[in-house]
Design a protein around this ligand. Structure first.
Ligand code: NDP
Length: 362
């Protein structure tokens, strides 16, 4: 039987998140990407955290008043995923087809996109397609996470799993801190090197909010595994060591890009390799490997997989596996891009920092 409420739920939720983004107060910041027409940095309105808190508050109120059960999104997850996929596909066609072709095949244009950084003039300022896509993905992921965890708690009220609590805490932290550091995202590959097509559009609207919670998707209705507290402690330790690497490397590079002489965290003095015109950081996190931040993301995902307390189930491991599949080719792409952009300087940097992602291994 067709589950129409589930199918249309993401249509309503995504419209609500967009409305919150447009209406709630926001910081205005200049980005890293420049407008090709004027040469000026693009302007952004950032309010990810208030949007997340407002959406979660609305979810709590709706559940509290009994309008919908707290685990409604869990029960409707397949239809909701189908709705989100439909939105992702519709968005892809609407953003790609009217735009000028890049000269590649139509399939490549549909997949990778044609427009680099589309922005609309909203009533309160610019609405940036990429940042809105990431925001919608993040907020919907948070609602799925809470609903899936609520399903577990409502199914096993006498004996809920501590692992689910740890998982919600870690993934909730991942989302909250991503939105807290939303501005740093303006300095990443997605913003300066990717266009908006299926990969980014469908990825943010369908894949990100549904797949990133795959551990609970598979295990929310399983009973408390009574896993050893040591496993929970290891999960938390692995997650936060990954977070230190990813956030540390990203913040060090962000600090360097906005103020090349600034000492990071008061201790990491920037050492650079330079051709006199351009410089690359080669101290601190950027001396360990050329993408130690990717290692950090994979470790965070591993911590999440361990947290649920079912280490022999394949479900939670799909998440770190996905990161390996995403980030290994991405490092190769970025390496090619940097080799083209920096030339001999990149070759010298490669000689100085030998490892791609995992120091001593790869
Ligand atoms: P990076 O933040 O590593 O950015 C790479 C760019 O940084 C290069 O293209 C180059 O750009 C610049 N750069 C590279 N080396 C140096 C150096 N030594 N000194 C100065 N600048 C340098 O990668 P991403 O943008 O891919 O990732 C950003 C973050 O997002 C990472 O933590 C990543 O793991 C995370 N991420 C998270 C995902 C998720 O789903 N959670 C998915 C994908 C990424 P320039 O032209 O500016 O010099």
């Amino acid at each position: 039987m067709l589950d129409l409420p589930g199918f249309f739920a993401p249509f309503i939720l995504y419209a609500g998140i967009l409305a919150l983004h447009v209406l709630l107060p926001a910081r205005r910041v200049a980005g890293y990407v420049r407008d090709p027409a004027t040469g000026e940095p693009l302007s952004y309105r950032l309010n990810g955290l208030p949007v997340l808190f407002a959406a979660v508050l609305a979810w709590v109120i709706v559940g509290w008043l009994g309008w919908l059960p707290f685990d409604w999104l869990y029960h409707h997850r397949w239809a909701s995923l189908a709705g989100a996929c439909t939105i992702g596909l519709g968005f892809t066609l609407a953003i790609v087809l009217p735009a000028p072709a890049t000269g590649k095949s139509l399939a490549a244009d549909l997949f990778l996109g044609r427009l680099e950084n589309p922005q609309l003039r909203g009533p309160t300022g610019p609405v940036d397609a990429k940042m809105v896509l990431y925001l919608i993905g993040a907020v919907m992921l948070a609602l799925n996470l809470l609903s899936f965890a609520a399903h577990h708690a409502m199914t096993y009220p006498e004996d809920p799993s501590v692992g689910v609590l740890i998982y919600v805490g870690l993934l909730g932290f991942f989302l909250t801190e991503y939105l807290l550091f939303e501005r740093v995202h303006l300095y990443t590959y997605d913003l300066f090197a990717e266009r908006v097509g299926f990969k980014l559009g469908w990825g943010c609207l369908s894949f990100y909010p549904y797949f990133y919670v795959v551990g609970l998707w598979g295990l929310a209705d399983r009973p408390n595994p009574h896993a050893s507290p040591l496993l929970g402690a290891v999960a938390i330790a692995v997650f936060f060591s990954g977070w230190s690497l990813a956030r540390g490397a990203n913040m060090q590079k962000f600090t360097f890009k906005i103020d090349p002489a600034r000492v990071f965290l008061g201790v990491l003095r920037p050492e650079v390799i330079t051709d006199g015109r351009r410089s690359l950081l080669c101290s601190g996190f950027w001396a360990v490997s050329r993408h130690v931040n990717y290692l950090g993301e994979i470790l965070m995902a591993t911590g999440l997989a361990l947290a649920l307390g079912y280490p022999s189930s394949p479900w939670p491991w799909l998440y770190p596996l996905y990161y390996v599949a995403l980030l290994v080719p991405r490092e190769r792409d970025d390496d090619r891009r940097c080799a083209a952009k920096y030339g001999d300087l990149w070759t010298a940097y490669r000689q100085r920092v030998r490892w791609r992602i995992i120091p001593g291994v790869y």
